[in-house]
Design a protein around this ligand. Structure first.
Ligand SMILES: Cc1ncc(COP(=O)(O)O)c(C=O)c1O
Length: 376
């Protein structure tokens, strides 16, 4: 059996090696390292794939979120509602811009922001909602968009974990995750479903004016060379990373299918187990691209299972072990424990299993066998 890895980027590289090596060579020869033709070509390819008018590449997913909020003109003191159960980047940029993060609990099935909790958190200062499509599962965007429309709020989708996922709206339209809100932000961190070989990110929008504003913000607030009209940042996707993404994008659906196949095999192995809750599934599962395959382990056995896997040298991840409202940087007297029953429970029960495009049946059978034996 091949060694089981949490993420296997080497195996995936084999399939795109020739193309990536040729592009790297060309970029070196042409010294077109920044804003070269590969960045432009990837931007166009991604716009077409997502069915969105504008993709603005940038340096990473955290910048993408920050720039999206700057582009919308959010001001210090504005309240931004987001999920308590997510990676810290989401809340970090809200705090950095001196906006007020308002963390709310998540849905116990999807682990995504709970629309009822959003409604309860709205005040006259609320300006935006940031749904995070956690672990690859798209949040309930019909409900989020409805609330946003009713209360005149911006929606910024944190799509770092769900690129390629579909959302079927209640009007029977299908959208790509990240393209429904006013603006979407994604990360191309190497382990992401569409990952480069360093840092990278992008912002998506269908709004021409916002796209124009954001294109200046990523480039020091310049719309004309050396004319700085707004305060900006320096946030670029470099040509080498764009070349990797150009090679991977045509394979993204195949990669996501491979993740789904592995996820369904895990789920089949764990079905009907009284201590294991498998990830939420909808229809034929295309609203989930399994950035992570995350189980809930009931009966207080998660930590013991984690220890057992560690002793056996088997990889796993605990995403995330602490709710954001309890992280030192984000604690606030506004938060009341009773408001976070789901997140407080998830942090004690979740465990993510290896998930990537190269997992084979033998590895999955071995790993699921070990977990089922341990939980007997
Ligand atoms: C939900 C979420 N948001 C934002 C980010 C930030 O992306 P990056 O690491 O590219 O800055 C990540 C990355 O891990 C993420 O998982």
């Amino acid at each position: 059996m091949k060694k089981i890895q949490m993420v296997d980027l080497k195996g995936q590289f084999e399939g795109i090696k020739n193309e990536v090596n040729a592009s790297f060579q060309e970029i070196m020869e042409e010294t077109s390292f920044i804003n070269g033709p590969h960045v432009h070509a990837f931007q166009k390819d991604l716009e077409e794939y997502l069915g969105v008018k504008h993709v603005i590449p940038c340096a990473n997913g955290t910048d993408a979120l920050q720039i999206a909020m700057m582009g919308l003109g959010l001001k210090p003191g504005d309240e931004v509602i987001t999920a308590d159960f997510t990676f810290a980047a989401t809340v970090e940029v809200i705090a950095l811009l001196q906006l007020t993060p308002v963390l709310v609990d998540v849905d116990p099935e999807t682990y995504n922001i709970d629309p009822d909790k959003i409604r309860k958190a709205i005040t006259p200062k609320t300006r935006a909602i940031v749904p995070v499509h956690l672990f690859g599962q798209v949040a309930n965007m019909d409900a989020v968009m409805e609330i946003a429309k009713e209360h005149h709020l911006y929606v910024i989708e944190d799509n770092a974990q769900a690129i390629g996922a579909n959302y079927h709206s209640k009007e029977a339209k299908t959208f790509k995750a990240g393209t429904m809100g006013d603006v979407g932000a994604t990360s191309f961190f190497p382990s992401k479903n569409l990952g480069c070989y360093g840092d990278g990110g992008a912002i998506f929008t269908n709004n021409d004016e916002l796209a124009h504003t954001i294109r200046g913000i990523v480039n020091h607030g310049m719309y004309e060379r050396y004319h700085h009209d707004v305060i900006g940042v320096n946030s670029r996707l470099d040509s080498l990373q764009a070349a990797v993404l150009e090679a991977k994008l045509p394979k993204l659906d195949i990669y996501n299918e491979a993740r789904k196949a592995a996820a369904l095999k895990y789920t089949e192995a764990f079905k009907d187990h009284d201590k294991i809750v498998t990830p939420y599934r909808e229809g034929d599962c295309d609203t989930h691209v399994f950035h992570q395959y995350t189980l809930r382990i009931l009966g207080g056995k998660r930590d013991a299972l984690a220890k057992h896997l560690q002793e056996k040298g088997l990889p796993f991840g605990i995403y995330y072990p602490i709710p954001l409202h309890k992280q030192k940087a984000y604690v606030d007297e506004r938060y009341v424990e009773a408001d976070f029953p789901v997140t407080n429970r998830l942090v004690q029960e979740v465990i993510s299993l290896p998930m990537h495009t190269e997992l084979d049946d033998e590895q999955i059978d071995y790993l699921t066998g070990i977990i089922i034996d341990f939980l007997k």
